[in-house]
Design a protein around this ligand. Sequence first.
Ligand code: C5P
Length: 220
Amino acid sequence: PAAVIVAIDGPSGTGKSSTSKAVAAALGLSYLDTGAQYRAITWWMLGNGVDVDDPAAVATAAAKPVIVSGTDPAAPTITVDGVDASGPIRTQEVTAGVSAVSAVPEVRTIITELQRSIAASAEKGIVVEGRDIGTTVLPDADLKIFLTASPEARAARRSGELKGVDAATTREALIKRDTADSNRKASPLAKAADAVEVDTTELTLPQVIECVVTLVEEKR
Ligand code: C5P
């Protein structure tokens, strides 16, 4: 079959990453975590003295770090200037700064180009997860999924991942980030008009994976 391009968008805590990786693995497709790319550029800014709350400073530095994403769903990797960043991009400091960095248009232009070139070179096709993949990055994707879940379910899932952080704090940080991501000017988090919305609140992860795999198979 021809290369199939799948865009999976939605707010955090909806099971986007787990679902995207599993769907790619099940169908033999490549996988790209675009949130990891925005986290990587944020990590570089924080480590190189760039004030992430200063959009002009972020814009000036945006092209400096070289970000490389591995696309194997069984072992996704990300490096910044050749250094493995997969651990450090998950810290609370990066999570707190990423929405400000990703709102800067110069950052989005660079990262979007990178994402399009990775998708274009995936021979068997690719599952790309993020916030604006269906609307902006890959508007011609063969299948667009928009994952949602109640705020309670999303916070509970994130608390399960982040040990030692209480549920209320997690819920607040998550809502703050989603509000920023949804309300920014440059390519906000949004459901594409032609996306299939899947509410995962009452579904288990295997059920969500099965649902998306079936939708992809219908497109092939
Ligand atoms: O998916 P994850 O939570 O790791 O994404 C981290 C952040 O990266 C998001 O909160 C958002 O600010 C940014 N992002 C984005 N566009 C994407 C993917 C992520 O702006 N396509």
